[in-house]
Structure formats: structure tokens, C-alpha cells
Design a protein around this ligand. Sequence first.
Ligand code: MN
Length: 205
Amino acid sequence: MEPNRSYTLPKLPYDYSALAPSISEEQLRIHHTKHHQGYVNGANAIYEKLDKTRKDGGDIDQKATLKELSFHVGGFLLHALYWENMAPAGHGGGVPKGALGSRIEKEFGSFDRFKKEFTATANSVEGSGWAALTYCQKTGRLLLMQIEKHNVHVFPSFSVLMVVDVWEHAYYIDYKNDRAKYLENFWNIINWDAVNSRLEKALKG
Ligand code: MN
């Protein structure tokens, strides 16, 4: 079936209260229904504008439009990945197994070393952005990606395995300005099965 040419806010794979105490119900609800929805609306509005302008034969300010579109599409896609790489409290965290566990050890030396590097990546994002664990098809490497906003410093075609949102809107209700504390608690709700599935899919090409 052909997609309908616009985005829809995906449902969370758990209840709004499921990630507490790492992420509270209020924090998660606002993040999903206001911020994520905002990127859905932002991208869809640009798509509609493109359709209309092309139909009317008008000019498109490509530079401004594509910059804005990249921001909203990046925001939409990253949030969808973020929700799915977390699991309800008590079902997440720990240490990854399977292909992911062994690849992390091969690439970083140990899980602890990976954890330290990923956390440092997330903690040092300047302003708003994301940390991501990715897989490069060309080299077979696991690589960290530090994304500014939703779209700056993204390596094209890398498979994104796991992301953490470090925009203040992701943690401010629960942690105020303490990003480090939010990240510490993020490790307790990572859905390693979901991250491992993404890697296995990427390994199959
Ligand atoms: Mn966010």
C-alpha cells in the first residue's frame, strides 16, 4: 500500500507512566504529544506547501524550505527511534547480549568503555541535540554520532541503532538543567532487545 504522503504521530509502545522514575508521566506525555507532534505538524505543513506551490506554479525558497524540512523530518524520525529504544522500568537496562553485545565489545573494548563514551557524547552536545549509536555498512564499524538540533552532523546512510534525546525539553520537568543525571537514569530503561534487532536488520543489509 502506498503511504499517504504525510507523517502521523506514532503511538508509544508503552503507557506514559511506564518509564518512571527515569522519565515521569508528565515529562513523557508533554514530550510525545507536544514536541514530537510539533515535528509531525512542521514537516507536514512544508509538504503541503510544496504541493500547493508546485500546483500554483510559484517559486520555492529552496534554501530556507529544505533547511526547515530537514529539521522537522529529523525531529520526527529521531523521536520515533527514541521511544522504541526504551523499555518500561524493570524491563530495560542491564547489558546488551547477542550480536550487539559482542560488536560493542569488539569496537569499544568493553561495555563500560562504550557506556562512558556514549554518555560523554550525549553530555557534550552543544545546546540541543542527540547522541546516537550507529552502524556503518561500508566499514562494519559501530560509530557514535553527535547530532546537533535534529539534523546537523548526521552521516548519510548509517543505520541508527540507539538514540538519546538531550534537548532540554526531554528532561527539564524531571531534572531541571541536570542532563548528566537524566543520562545516568536513561541507562536503566534502554531496550537492548530493540537495539539488537536494529543491528541484526542492519547486518542483513
Ligand atoms: Mn525531543
